[in-house]
Design a protein around this ligand. Sequence first.
Ligand code: AMP
Length: 395
Amino acid sequence: MKKPLLPPATIGILGSGQLGRMLALAARQMGYRVHVFSPDRHSPTGQIADQEFTAPYEDLDAVRRFAQSVDMVTYEFENVPGETAVTCQEFAPLHPGPQALHVAQNRLREKEFMVKHGLSVAPFVAVGSLASLTVGLEEIGAPAILKTATSGYDGKGQEKIVNRQSSIVNRHWDAIGHQPAILEAFVDFEREVSVVAARGVDGSFAHFGVIANDHANHILDVSTAPADVPPKVAQDAVEMARVVLEALDVVGVLCVEFFLTGDGRLLINEIAPRPHNSGHLTIEACATSQFEQQLRAICGLPLGDTRYLSPAAMANLLGDLWFPHKDNPQSAIRTPQSPNWTAVLAHHPAVKLHLYGKTEARPGRKMGHLTALADSGEEAANIVRDARRRLETGD
Ligand code: AMP
């Protein structure tokens, strides 16, 4: 095995949002240096990094300068252009490798990959034209979800098709901009769960068990761990995650998101070859966080102990919290207001507040999160929900 990359080596991160920020915090805690590359200045990750490179991802000269300045490159979001990642590889190892990025960047490739490896997904067809959408709807039936093959996240680039009338189908096709897409059967799931797992350079495997995820408006709202699922479901979900990591030859952390149906079947919805929003609670809840685990994996260090010190829950804080009166047309308050941090810290002294250093709050934008530990996941979820409510109401 190659020698591990030890501190004070420099980790290069492509992308500069909150995932990069929390990875950078873990890296700095362990004595690594961090360089970040993205089109943004004073970004959430840039605020923590030793050096912030600001240029478009397509500026390959700038990408080369960045890659020459680091000992290894990783990415914090999967929509990094493939060419950018491959260019970095001229100068430094890239983990997870370009194959994971290639598969995760395209929903059609992702689904075909799952099928090839015997992993269950919702029935789907490839859509490249209005005609193929119409034929696909006959095969899949309604309701179905039309999803752009690329660049979709948090429900963006998605259309639920309930009615197969041609004028309505036409409108859905217009709404996604006539882009290559997949049509997927609508899954009447009981709940959504995820497995965040890691694979080391030596093929070692570690996971954080099954995490239960509640969404609101297609965006993750509250995650709870350990998820209250039967042991067989937990075992199958972890095994499916292991198959994905191995088949993609991932070195690093990867999250698999699942739909769990009422009859106990697990269907993979999507994968993310990086730490994931549902794993944020591991910062406080586990012996090793998903961010430290990512760092250990990509640096070739032994994977850390993923044991839970306590059940936990996490609630996302979206920019909507900064606009408490946005639904009231009479309200004169249209400018963002900082939520009432004092109220939540006073009522819940054990709740942990994470803010990502984003200067502009916008509805739907992930601005931070709250984590609570408790005797059960359900109790922890009640605490973070109550804490977040106090941020809105200030009581
Ligand atoms: P995605 O961007 O594919 O993760 O979708 C965002 C959210 O939309 C998911 O977490 C689900 O809550 C919902 N969703 C996506 N695909 C389906 C589906 N085939 N059936 C039911 N709900 C879905």
